[in-house]
Design a protein. Sequence first.
Length: 306
Amino acid sequence: MLLLMCVAGALAVFLTMQAAPGDPALVVLGEQANPEAVAAYRAAHYLDDPALVQFLHWGRGLLTGDFGLSLSVAKGQPVAGLVGDRLPNTLFIGAYAMLLALAFSLIAGTLAARNRGNAIDVAATSVAVLGISMPDFWLAYVLVFVFALTWQIFPAYGFITPSTDMFQALHSGFLPALAVSAPLAAVFTRILRVSLIENQSKDYVRAARSFGFSQRFVFLHYVLRNALVPFVTIVGIQARYLLGGTVVVERVFGIPGLGSLMVDAAFARDYPVVQACALVFLVCILLVNFVVDLVCQLLDPRGQAG
């Protein structure tokens, strides 16, 4: 099933790029290129073949790890190399943002549910509403203004890759990760709060309390564990937003990631690069959803009983 979804996604990405306006040959050679040069370029890159033939040619290359050659962003260079160089940076920022969002939401959501109706609950839910209301690109500029330009705690632009220096990567990647994680944390907090409050009134929770178990034991093993099932599901669904947010944030902070490469390639009509980036994003989302399904099965007592 996962393989079929990858094939369907690859076809959708390919057809979308085929429908995009513009001629890659003219982008590379220039508007003043002579017709003979344009025709030769199109023939060399299979641009004159029918769409299905082009897709099959591209698909054969994918099976061997060959994403083709860049047309304009890095003329003549293998796309696989470009993607391989940029992907670790995007995955690092994405994982960084997800860890920040999970840490905040688990703490804030739990405190809000345990103190329902109190000041802590009001504060946590208010921060969650504020986080949902802030676009990531706007928040990115606010963070740059406050923490980089005013207080000069973090860099305003640029990124040190994890392979160079992990500590510097965590430092330079904090603001981008925070900009991406804020809306995610807000959504996660609200979902976890609602799920915890709902599970606190379940019959099996009351039964566990009647057995004399401590409040801590009941909360961890009966309330929190069952509340994490819808929480983890939402985490998997929001993975799409996570990748989309990194595309925008990478442009703001100058991070050499897959998102910024995809944007540059789209403007340059570099079809092979855009298709490769979109396909990698698709595979990442499918893998995250697959892992989420496994985690939900481990958390759900009904699934274990079956």
